[in-house]
Design a protein around this ligand. Structure first.
Ligand SMILES: Cc1cc2nc3c(=O)[nH]c(=O)nc-3n(C[C@H](O)[C@H](O)[C@H](O)COP(=O)(O)O)c2cc1C
Ligand SMILES: [Mn+2]
Length: 486
């Protein structure tokens, strides 16, 4: 059974010793960040601040800030189980005979059961405020000293494509300007920004309906950051992850739907012609992202539970909670990458590479120039397009071991020959790029070079002791008076 909502997951975390309640009064301005940062670094628990200063609403943070809690959230022992489920859907062949077709039915039924379901009401409607409300009632963090203000950091921002009517859910931070307005920091390549552009192109006076859900069952919360193609509903993927449909309920003041189990919902609109300065914000690069011009979200209605819990997270010098979320997504989507590019053996994005700065890919190299082909593939694959430095290694390099990668990749390159530089879109948060959103990428072909690639020298073998000698020494070891070393 999927978690019904955030509080059921909190209960589970508590039972597993993965949650610490903090009854002391703590300030959402900076203090909660400092505490959370220390706890995440020490591989500590999720934190439920019961008395955030200045608010009656408790605050949950670090909910998914460890591998164990990610597994609990997805109700698996290992992420590989989720990847396996993804693979079993991708393995689907087109049916050959009647028997094949019959065999497909349960899978199809399972697939159908992931679609979001519309319900009449839900807990997020226990309190509905269309007139008297203020965002300042919630314990919204000011995360870092030079932040431009308080930020809602884990909002599920829901919009519809004005042309296709398809829903999108993305997590885009929202800087609070006052009681009823925030910024809407959807970066230019993200789906919310595309909806905004299309609506504006249609009519610059347009008011784009936006709903924001804060706090829900963990799979639904995680779904907001999934890098899936445009016009695919993240709520369908949430249904896949939780193995039960997400129940959606209609908003009060706009034509959108929100997860019925949400803790807090903000309804409102973004004016197509209005931009306002947003930032700076202590970001997941470990640096402040600079001020920029972003749309403004006007809240027209707030609905919430009688006793809402405010879910948030912080980003900052890596690793933070977002590393664990991003890593989970990397593992879950690896089978999808492999389906499209079967030569990919494994990928790794070390925490310090903050996702878009460094990706290491191992491939089974089959033809000259294969590593370059994979570079091009990755630079055109969804949000992997942002990858600043891409290192391609042979299949026998364990990309999960950074030491092995540094050793073998650097041994395998002649830099002038093996580095590929290309121009393209870069992550908005890349402060070193020549322009915001536009810059260069570097691919390093660290595979063995082949004669067919113009490499005429012999390639040496890697040093490995032979098995017989190892076995003889194993047998001898006890008599040598040496410690049992690995
Ligand atoms: C904590 C957190 C905060 C994020 N903040 C932003 C943000 O402010 N702007 C943004 O464009 N993406 C942000 N992201 C990344 C997006 O949520 C992610 O790229 C997602 O796939 C976007 O959805 P979309 O593909 O439907 O646009 C954030 C991710 C996390 C985990
Ligand atoms: Mn999307």
């Amino acid at each position: 059974m999927a978690y019904r909502d955030l509080r059921e997951f909190i209960g589970r975390l508590e039972k597993e010793g993965q949650l610490k309640r903090i009854p002391a009064e703590v300030d959402p301005v900076l203090e909660i960040t400092e505490i959370t940062d220390r706890v995440t670094r020490a591989d500590g628990p999720a934190l439920l601040f019961e008395r955030p200063k200045g608010s009656r609403v408790p605050l949950l943070i670090n909910m998914l800030g460890s591998e164990r809690r990610i597994n609990l959230a997805l109700e698996v022992e290992r992420l590989e189980e989720v990847a396996g489920r993804v693979r079993s859907f991708l393995d689907f062949q087109s049916p050959q005979g009647l028997l094949d077709k019959l065999k497909m039915l349960p899978k199809l039924a399972e697939l159908g059961s992931f679609f979001p379901k519309t319900v009449k009401s839900g807990a997020c409607k226990e309190v509905i405020s269309k007139h008297e409300f203020s965002l300042l009632e919630f314990p919204i963090l000011k995360c870092w000293p030079k932040d431009g203000g308080r930020y809602i950091t884990w909002p599920l921002v829901i919009t519809k494509n004005p042309e296709t009517g398809k829903r999108n859910v993305g997590v885009y931070r929202m800087q609070v300007f006052d009681e009823r307005t925030t910024a809407m920091h959807w970066q230019t390549q993200k789906h919310g920004a595309e909806h905004f552009r299309r609506a504006r192109a249609h009519d610059a006076r347009e008011k784009i309906e936006v709903a924001v859900a804060i706090g829900a069952d963990p799979a639904t919360c995680l779904a907001g950051i999934l890098p899936i193609p445009p016009d695919l509903d993240e709520m369908m993927f949430a249904g896949f992850l939780r193995r039960e449909p997400v129940e959606m309920v209609a908003c009060e003041t706009c034509r959108l739907e929100v997860p019925a189990n949400a803790e807090i919902v903000l309804e409102g609109y973004v004016d197509a012609s209005e931009l306002r300065t947003e930032g700076p914000f202590g970001d997941h690069t470990g640096f402040y992202s600079l001020e920029g011009e972003y749309p403004v979200f006007h809240v027209t209605c707030v609905t919430h539970r009688r006793d809402p819990i405010y879910l948030t997270t912080i980003v900052g010098p890596p690793p933070q909670e977002d590393f664990f979320m991003g890593h989970a997504i990397e593992r879950i989507f690896l089978p999808v990458m492999k389906m499209q590019y079967p030569e990919i053996m494994d990928i790794a994005m070390p925490a310090e590479g903050i996702f878009h700065n460094l990706m290491i890919v191992s491939i089974r190299k089959s033809y000259p120039g294969h590593a370059r082909k994979i570079m091009n593939a990755i630079w055109s694959l969804g949000q992997a397009m942002f990858t600043k430095v891409l290192v391609v290694v042979d299949h026998d390099v364990n990309v999960q071991n950074p030491r092995e990668v540094v050793w073998k990749a650097l041994c395998a390159i002649d830099p002038e020959r093996d580095v590929q530089l290309v121009l393209g879109p870069v992550d908005t948060l890349d402060h070193a790029a020549r322009l915001q959103d536009f810059g260069s990428h570097m691919g390093i072909d660290a595979t063995r070079k082949w004669p067919s690639e113009g490499f005429q020298r012999p390639w040496p073998d890697e040093i490995v002791m032979d098995a017989e000698t190892k076995a003889r020494v194993d047998a001898l070891w006890g008599s040598l008076g040496l410690p049992r070393a690995g």
